[in-house]
Design a protein around this ligand. Structure first.
Ligand SMILES: Cc1ncc(COP(=O)(O)O)c(C=O)c1O
Length: 307
């Protein structure tokens, strides 16, 4: 279970308010129609103090998501980044998770937004490992979901919107009820898409494969990070449509995500993957990734915003 310890302040439309005051009216547009876009961002402990990982890129995706859904946002990327850094300071947090939310608020009650003000909230709290502390070294057992990922021309997969997570909830709940840590959804064509909250990478014969954005995947910031780290390590990587059965004959499979970081998969649909434990390529990428987020890799310092 993801536990959350309340902090003192939440940022709302330009000012700090008390945690318990961050409330919306039940008839806000977002509650009936899922009209929110949001982000999940991590702040890590480094030798130079707490640092937010790829803050600008996350904020860019937040504003892109709002643009796709025609939700007007009056704050710039820089203003939101500054506010998030200030929020961490105000709450006196070191390592934490940041959750910016942009939503359509209280006003008209029809599907067509009318007089629904945009409400921007920024919250943060302390948060541990998403799929469990052991998951990073031991790996997790997952299944292919009976639910298909949102198809093109239905909901835009490139947007990180609240509505998309109804699909994610179905995937995650089904996996959980059947005893798996996570589910992998296929896209509308039956090719591999992604987990309910993670992108996926498949390794075979020393080559890493990951589905392209056209396979209904969220353009993950960790996905992009891993692609760049693989290049720096001279590990070949192909962005390509991947058939389901490729999962079963893979040498290694791993998830990436802000929450899941880089999590190996040891068993898939009750078939052992590789040696049934974290593989060597996964370990190499994980090790570099954790150096990068801890500020131990000078060439990637530009990905860290010090608090
Ligand atoms: C559906 C989905 N795919 C992929 C990801 C990974 O994205 P990121 O690495 O930006 O956290 C997430 C998490 O935000 C997600 O919810």
């Amino acid at each position: 279970m993801v536990r959350m310890t309340p902090t003192e302040k939440i940022w709302h439309n330009g000012r700090f308010i008390a945690w318990d005051e961050a409330r919306i009216h039940v008839l806000s547009h977002v509650t009936s129609y899922g009209s929110s876009v949001f982000e999940g961002i991590r702040c890590y402990k480094t030798h130079a103090g707490p640092a937010v990982f790829r803050l600008k890129e996350h904020t860019r995706r937040l504003l892109d998501s709002a643009k796709i859904y025609r939700i007007p946002v009056s704050y710039s990327n820089q203003e939101l980044c500054n506010a998030m850094v200030e929020l961490i300071r105000v709450n006196g947090l070191g390592e934490c998770y940041l959750r910016p939310i942009v939503l359509r608020g209280y006003g008209g009650v029809g599907v067509l937004p009318s007089n629904n003000p945009t409400e921007v909230y920024l919250a943060c709290w302390e948060w541990g490992k998403y799929l469990g502390a052991e998951a990073l070294s031991e790996g997790v057992d997952v299944c292919v979901s009976s639910w298909t990922r949102i198809a093109p021309n239905t909901l835009p997969a490139l947007a990180k919107s609240g509505a998309n997570y109804m699909n994610s909830q179905l995937i995650r709940m089904e996996a959980h009820l059947n005893g798996y840590a996570e589910g992998i959804a296929l896209d509308a064509n039956g090719a591999i898409s992604e987990g309910s909250g993670e992108n996926i990478f498949v390794v075979r014969d020393g080559v890493i494969h990951t589905p392209p954005l056209g396979s209904s995947v969220l353009p993950g910031i960790t996905r992009d990070t891993v692609m760049q780290l693989a290049e720096s390590l001279d590990i070949p990587l192909r962005e390509t449509v991947i058939p389901r059965e490729m999962l079963y004959v893979a040498d290694e499979v791993f998830f990436t995500g802000t929450a899941a970081e880089i999590t190996p998969i040891r068993e898939l649909d009750n078939r052992q993957i590789g040696e049934g434990k974290r593989g060597p390529i996964t370990e190499k990428l994980q090790s570099l990734f954790f150096d990068v987020v801890a500020g131990k890799a000078p060439q990637y310092q530009h990905w860290l915003t010090l608090v």
